[in-house]
Design a protein around this ligand. Structure first.
Ligand code: GLA
Length: 741
């Protein structure tokens, strides 16, 4: 962080807008705060009214460039006050402010006006800063936390809201941060979906008005993900053309929160674009008693001048270095076997041992037993909440299975769904008041289950307690932590009516605290966040979980499209991808084992097929490809990802390339989904290699159509490229390039 003092006497606003005329401001020394990191600069200042005003966010400026001091923008007309036109870093709702506010408050006396002004800024070294704001008359304080990552330029922002009034206040809206882009033409990119159909990348022009992306469900949700990217449309010849995969300016962000959330992307009346994100204000309120404070989640955001591809590479690097539990150096994920699609609820000791033997024979590192092992769990009607080992299925407990798995050279993982309860369970019979509910109202079941109110301290402690016991008594390396429904009737009748909506904050905070305590007590434990597939994937949960389950849909073609969308926001390191059976249960599509393996090998590989049905040839294919995967996995999950050919928009082809950070290796995958009229794969020009180094090609699967040198320079692979011999339906190829000494 650098602070610059500017002597200001007269200021023209022409730099921002085509307003006619200048405003004269009083002579003042107003500070400008500037954060530099990676290839970007972020700056804000304090204007003459005392508001914290956004000044710049984009490509890195010169170290000696003076950023002009902040000046409020004028009234546009009597309808749009200066207050609403001026882009603030964190705006209170008050003083005639009409665009989306960051904070909205009701005071005990009925006052609902909140106008936040700058008090002071406290630098925390060159990369971080705290700014204190205060209402113009009331004792409400907001501390804004800023830090910037020196390598990627990704900013972390959050707010701490404090009530120093004598009486309680009610927060009705509390964002983590607001971001402003200068007036221009932009395209919004965001991810939506549904169960078994997550991670669709949507791209649409930003026009006047507000676009809301949100979850009202109590958790992150399959339907939208808390990530955005806004690309600037070029106005050059033929424009407007939006920034593409590798070119153009992109501003992107992701919210670290696993509860209900909302992004409002708003083009204002003056064509600025403002993004406001944090707790979802829908059905929300948070009573802050005198002396209390509320911390918002962290909203991360960054800037790329290399298109959406560059934006996702920055995010991947940041997640690996700063977000994941073992950052800055999380280990590549073990190759897992998971029993779900093979046995569903029909797990037992002999059956799991037989699968474990087969999994070990192909080189799997971790054996995971899924649902069905506990309580009276025969199907999804009973048992959730009763976390004892089912004595009929496992008469000697889990130990014999775990020992068998260890003897085969694998570690052991187990499925749990700790926040849920079936009404048909001992736990619910004993504690019917433990679920989210409004007394006297129906309790809506989904998948025959209800949601435990984790906001309650006793429920939180029960969940932590049984998991701690499970992990203490058994040698478990990994939990697949599931969460198979969204909220309904989110009541919390043990607390006063005006405090019940704290559930939207406290539930998620307690979930995080359980993860954190378990990880402290069992430092070797690794966790996967699953929510019926990708219903709880965000940078909040990824601080506590090592990987996520992107979707229950494991069809290899559907996964290519989902993986494409997923990796715009999240690193392939956390993207679990299982190889399952063909024809696929969801859509009946038949594909070869090789095609399925190569589709999954672009992320963190797992096997979820019924190995009891495999042929000798299947075992041999899987063994060969798992071995090839192990060799290149660090590059795939930690390298720089380039989407060479996108599978979106019904493209018959797709291809990804990942280059290790030191440019010593690249791994390339190519797929055809169905070609027509004999047309083959497009020429592949690689990216991200060192032009002057020589690289040797080794096939993992497939071949080229035209003669291709075994060794050639980075320049050759990037400029000349190669033509994969792929044609027909569901064919796949993969190769690696290794730098030669
Ligand atoms: C969810 C998960 C699946 C599986 C089942 C078990 O649907 O996403 O992978 O674990 O629950 O009931």
């Amino acid at each position: 962080m650098r602070m610059q003092k500017s002597q200001v006497h007269i200021s023209c606003l022409l730099a921002w807008f085509l307003f006619t005329g200048c405003v004269v401001t009083r002579a003042a020394e107003t500070p400008v705060y500037r954060l530099d990191g990676g290839r970007s600069t972020y700056a804000f200042g304090v204007n003459e009214r005392g508001e914290l005003q956004t000044l710049y966010w984009g490509g890195r400026l010169g170290p000696n460039d003076q950023i002009p001091a902040a000046h409020s923008l004028p009234e546009w007309a009597s309808f749009d006050s200066s207050h609403t036109n001026t882009p603030q870093e964190y705006a209170g709702w008050g003083g005639g402010y009409f665009t989306e506010p960051a904070l909205k408050v009701t005071f005990a006396d009925g006052n609902r006006d909140l106008v936040l002004h700058f008090v002071k800024a406290t630098p925390g070294g060159s990369q971080s800063l705290e700014v204190l704001l205060k209402d113009v008359s009331r004792e409400v304080y907001v501390t804004l936390h800023y830090s910037i990552d020196a390598e990627t330029g990704i900013l972390s922002r959050s707010a701490s809201i404090e009530n120093r009034e004598k009486q309680a206040i009610l927060l009705e809206q509390a964002a983590a941060a607001q971001w402003t882009l200068f007036p221009g033409r932009y395209t919004l990119n965001y991810l939506t979906g549904r169960w078994a159909g997550e991670w669709t990348l949507n791209q649409e022009p930003i026009n006047g008005g507000a676009r809301v992306i949100e979850s009202r469900r109590g958790s992150t949700g399959h339907q939208a993900n808390p990530w955005f990217a806004i690309s600037r449309d070029s106005q050059k010849a033929g424009g407007p053309i939006t920034a593409d995969e590798e070119d153009g300016e992109v501003w992107f962000g992701a919210l670290a929160w696993s509860g209900s959330w909302r992004f409002t992307i708003e083009q204002t009346q003056l064509d600025e674009v403002r993004v406001t994100g944090g707790f979802n204000p829908f059905d929300f309120s948070y009573k802050l008693n005198a002396g209390d404070h509320l911390e918002t989640p962290v909203f991360y955001a960054g800037f790329s001048d290399h298109g959406l591809g560059g934006a996702s590479r920055l995010l991947h690097r940041f997640e690996l270095a700063h977000v994941l539990p073992h950052s800055p150096d999380p280990k590549p994920r073990p190759v897992i076997y998971n029993s779900w699609e093979a046995t569903e609820f029909r797990v037992d000791e002999a059956g799991q041992m037989a699968l474990a033997e087969k999994a070990a024979s192909i080189g799997v590192d971790r054996f995971v037993m899924d649902d069905g092992w506990f309580g009276q769990r025969k199907d999804d009607h009973a048992g959730l909440g009763d976390w004892y080992v089912n004595p009929q299925k496992f008469p000697h407990g889990l130990k014999p299975l775990i020992e068998k798995v260890h003897s085969l050279g694998m570690d052991f993982g187990l499925w749990v769904e700790p926040e849920m309860v079936n009404p048909d369970s001992d736990l619910y019979r004993k504690h019917p008041d433990w679920v989210l509910n409004f007394p006297g109202r129906p309790r809506s079941e989904q998948r025959n289950q209800l949601v435990l109110n984790l906001a309650r301290a006793d429920v939180r402690d029960y969940v932590e307690g049984f998991l701690d016991k499970l992990l203490t008594e058994n040698d478990i390396a990994f939990l697949k932590w599931d969460y198979n429904r969204n909220w309904s009737e989110p009541g919390w009748d043990q607390v006063p009516a005006d405090e019940q909506r704290r559930v939207y904050v406290q539930f998620t905070r307690n979930l995080y605290s359980i993860f954190s305590e378990l990880r402290k007590k069992h430092p070797k434990i690794e966790i996967e966040s699953c929510s019926g597939g990708g219903g709880r994937v965000d940078l909040g949960i990824l601080q506590f979980t090592d990987e996520v389950w992107p979707s229950d849909n494991t069809d290899p073609l559907d996964r290519l499209v989902m993986q494409d969308g997923f990796t715009y926001a999240y690193t392939p390191q956390v993207m679990m991808a299982w190889v399952t059976d063909s024809p696929h249960w969801l859509n009946g599509r038949s594909t070869s084992l090789t095609y399925r393996m190569l589709s999954s090998m672009q992320g963190s590989l797992g096997i979820g097929a019924n190995l009891n049905h495999w042929t000798e040839e299947d075992f041999a294919t899987a063994k060969r490809l798992i071995s090839a995967y192990h060799e290149v996995q660090p590059t795939i999950v930690r390298g720089s990802l380039y989407r060479l050919v996108s599978p979106r928009n019904n493209s018959p082809f797709s291809s990804t390339e990942t280059v290790s950070r030191d440019q010593s290796q690249a791994v390339v995958f190519g797929f055809v989904h169905g070609t027509q009229e004999g047309r083959g794969f497009p020429f592949l020009q690689l990216q991200g290699l060192n032009a002057d180094s020589n690289y040797k090609l080794t096939w993992i699967e497939g071949k080229t159509l035209l003669p291709t040198p075994e060794v050639a320079s980075g320049a050759w692979w990037m400029n000349h490229g190669l033509l994969l011999d792929l044609r027909g339906d569901f064919k796949a190829a993969a190769f690696r390039l290794d730098r030669q000494p």
